[in-house]
Design a protein around this ligand. Structure first.
Ligand SMILES: Cc1cc2nc3c(=O)[nH]c(=O)nc-3n(C[C@H](O)[C@H](O)[C@H](O)COP(=O)(O)OP(=O)(O)OC[C@H]3O[C@@H](n4cnc5c(N)ncnc54)[C@H](O)[C@@H]3O)c2cc1C
Length: 381
């Protein structure tokens, strides 16, 4: 397989030998690189952004959909915070949270809809135990355990008797964020978009690309078969509009299902746990509400008094399959020479996209897969 990167580095190293600067050699080689990024969701766009920032010569994004219209990223509820459903910190959560905030505020500060607390309501005894433990283990008060009247006081719309308040959370308008992130890439002059579905990485090498990044969400499985084991889960949302007499729902709430404030006082209710429904696009509001079940109304019993359902959205996300009890980690690897994979972001795309893009692009421009964290290469913690 051709590797213009290493040959460019070699030529350049020879040409600039008298200057003897390692960074000069790298800069020259990067300018010669042509990279194809397959998939224009959060993963592909953040990789494209980092490649442009690193000075790569040409970045071509392949996606049959316009930016912000693709699969999971386009329908994400927009929640960005550090904690898993059991109240533990997610993989590299502190660093990932920091990098995501930086990428969002550098490229699309207006996409931040909300910054404040998020409430995880405990609805089972197990959750109550998990949340008590999580609040005891968390040394820096990022989590607050609320019980009894404390819930009523801090989250008046919740009937729960216990829950965790995650103090630092964001809600992002993901579509707007993706469009602005892409505009930033295009403004460098190095990036372009082809409205095409890629059949195989080999076709891209035949077209003269030096490296190929697979960032095709749950469909990444089809492009690098036998390398990973991903499960598909469908997410379905109902967007509610505030009734003129209704009052505004203000603190995002999660407990398996989620209720998340959106722009213009809209409210997104949804879940990402159902099996994939091949006819999902034909489902209307009442069928979607039925599929979401009663938990939405248990989280917020006054929902229908204050809001009316207006539309539905859906998307499929990919989750690495792992043994029971083991946290899912995304895939970040190089399945074959000059092919790079970023997939399986599961329900934490907003938390992990910027950190993973940094790790992947540094390894790519150095042409050194050993720079990728070992635990992410198998997708198992
Ligand atoms: C309903 C729902 C709600 C969610 N809410 C949240 C949330 O609140 N917070 C959070 O952090 N995460 C959330 N997630 C998860 C989050 O959306 C994903 O982790 C993230 O969007 C995955 O991004 P991605 O780029 O890997 O995949 P995707 O967004 O699925 O993007 C993949 C892209 O690849 C393209 N593609 C596929 N195959 C090809 C091909 N052969 N050639 C070219 N292009 C191709 C597709 O068109 C698509 O645009 C939610 C997911 C769903 C479904």
């Amino acid at each position: 397989m051709p590797n213009k990167f290493s040959s460019a580095a070699g030529t350049c190293g020879f040409a600039l030998a008298s200057k003897g600067s390692r960074s000069s050699r790298c800069d020259f080689a990067k300018c010669c690189l042509r990279v194809a990024v397959v998939g224009g969701g959060l993963a592909g766009l953040s990789v494209a952004d980092r490649l442009c920032k690193l000075g790569v010569g040409e970045v071509v994004l392949f996606d049959p959909n316009p930016i912000g219209v693709g699969n999971a990223s386009a329908v994400a509820a927009g929640m960005l915070h550090k904690f898993t459903p059991r109240g533990k910190k997610a993989f590299m959560a502190d660093e990932a949270f920091q990098r995501s905030q930086e990428m969002i505020s550098e490229s699309a500060p207006n996409s931040i809809i909300y910054h404040g607390a998020l409430f995880r309501a405990a609805v089972t005894e197990k959750q109550e135990k998990d949340y008590i433990k999580a609040s005891q283990l968390n040394p820096d008060s990022e989590l607050l355990l609320l019980q009894g009247d404390e819930v009523q006081c801090s989250v008046p719309q919740s009937p729960a008797r216990m829950g965790l308040l995650i103090r630092d959370a964001f809600i992002i308008d993901t579509k707007m964020y993706m469009k602005e992130l892409w505009n930033k890439c295009v403004s460098t002059g190095a990036a372009s978009h082809r409205l095409e579905r890629v059949k195989s990485p080999a076709d891209l090498f035949d077209s003269g690309f030096d490296s190929v990044v697979i960032a095709a969400g749950y469909q990444s499985n089809d492009l690098v078969p036998q390398h990973m084991n991903m499960q598909r889960k469908q997410g379905r949302n109902v967007i509610f509009r505030k009734r003129s007499s209704g009052s505004v729902f203000n603190i995002p709430m999660v407990s398996g299902k989620y209720l998340v404030p959106q722009r213009d006082n809209d409210l997104l209710a949804g879940a990402t746990v159902e099996a994939v429904d091949p006819n999902v696009n034909e489902r209307g509001i009442s069928e979607t509400l039925e599929a979401l079940g009663t938990r939405i109304f248990e989280l917020y019993p006054d929902l229908e008094e204050h809001y009316e359902p207006a539309s539905v959205t859906s998307g499929v996300r990919g989750i690495p399959i792992r043994p029971p009890g083991i946290a899912p980690l995304p895939y970040l690897s190089s399945p074959s020479p000059n092919v790079w994979l970023i997939a399986g972001l599961a329900s934490r795309g907003l938390l992990h996209h910027a950190l993973l893009a940094d790790l992947l692009t540094n390894a790519l421009v150095s042409n050194d897969p050993s720079l990728l964290p070992e635990e992410l290469q198998s997708g198992i913690d």
